[in-house]
Design a protein around this ligand. Structure first.
Ligand code: BJW
Length: 252
């Protein structure tokens, strides 16, 4: 059986998009698979601004449980493979992750943009203070409030720094991705998506943008997802098994 491998030349640029499937082998639940988070929780109730306004206790409990679970988990061979690939490519590599669990950073990736936020950051619902590092759990009331707003005599709840449905992604992250694609254009350029159902935009549309800029498009996923037709090469399998042997670097 012939093994398909991504050939990396001296000037190849590699843009990687990851989703929940990459962390599945670390024991973190995906969203849309059978047994996924959306089977047990109503998306609107826990991952939308309206849901937080209606029941912030429920939302903080949901994210506190996930903070705890992510903290207790460890990166798997798929995460480690991506960290090694970055080491080899340097600035010709960018990792765009939809995951909020922090496992890519813990594996060693540094050129990374967390487009849906981070479980380990908190921000204010009212003021524009920068999101700050936070591992605290809020399983029951009272919920955390913003001390900066309190100093001005205003009461404002804190919230997890997660991008919920209907919320804008940070334009700085989108700009970084766009700049990377612009730099990659005219060089050998590979776009690799791993462990994502291709159901959520704008992440699901990146493959189309990358193709328009001349990328060869690869997908590694346990099952064929919604947007599989946009990829030239689809490798069906668990990322923890496929990623460690996927890249072949051309000798200088
Ligand atoms: C394995 C594996 C193994 C398992 N190995 N593989 C264009 C068209 C239509 C709608 C829109 C559009 N543009 C924007 C929208 C609206 C909306 C949207 O996309 N809706 C869709 C449902 C249609 N998007 C937004 O609202 C975004 N905001 C935005 O665009 O603002 C501007 C705007 C607003 C409104 C209208 C228009 C413009 C924000 C999206 C925020 C998503 N947030 C979430 C929750 C927060 C994070 C959290 O709580 O953790 O992010 S939703 C959830 O889905 C989470 C994930 O990051 C995201 C993607 O899921 P992912 O990672 O793909 O996981 P799964 O479970 O779906 O798939 C896992 C895959 O892995 C499966 O295929 C398995 O087979 C596979 N797998 N084990 C390899 N071992």
């Amino acid at each position: 059986m012939s093994v398909q491998r991504i050939q990396i030349k001296r000037d190849t640029h590699l843009l990687v998009l990851t989703g929940a499937g990459v962390s599945a082998e670390s024991g973190i639940r995906t969203f849309r698979d059978s047994g996924g988070l959306w089977e047990e929780h109503a998306v609107e109730a826990v991952a939308s601004p309206g849901g937080f306004a209606r029941d912030p206790v429920l939302v903080w409990r949901f994210y506190s449980e996930r903070r705890r679970q992510a903290k207790e988990s460890a990166p798997n061979p798929g995460h480690h493979a991506l960290a090694r690939i970055e080491e080899g490519l340097g600035s010709r590599f960018l990792l765009v992750t939809q995951n909020v669990d922090g496992l890519h950073r813990r594996a060693g990736n540094q050129r990374i943009t967390e487009i849906h936020g981070s479980l380990f950051e908190t921000r204010c619902t009212r003021c524009d203070r920068e999101p700050f590092a936070d591992e605290s759990l809020h399983l029951t009331p009272p919920l955390p409030e913003c001390d900066l707003c309190a100093r001005k005599g205003q009461k404002a709840l804190l919230r997890p720094n997660i991008v919920w449905f209907g919320e804008m992604l940070d334009p700085a992250n989108m700009l970084r991705i766009d700049r990377f694609m612009a730099e990659a254009e005219g060089h050998p350029f590979v776009f690799l998506a791993v462990g994502t159902s291709g159901a959520v935009y704008p992440a699901a549309g990146l493959v189309v943008e990358a193709r328009a800029r001349g990328a060869q498009t690869w997908l590694v996923n346990a099952e064929a997802p919604d947007n599989a037709r946009f990829f030239e090469i689809f490798i069906k399998g668990p990322s923890g098994r496929v990623l460690p042997d996927l890249i072949e670097v051309e000798a200088p």
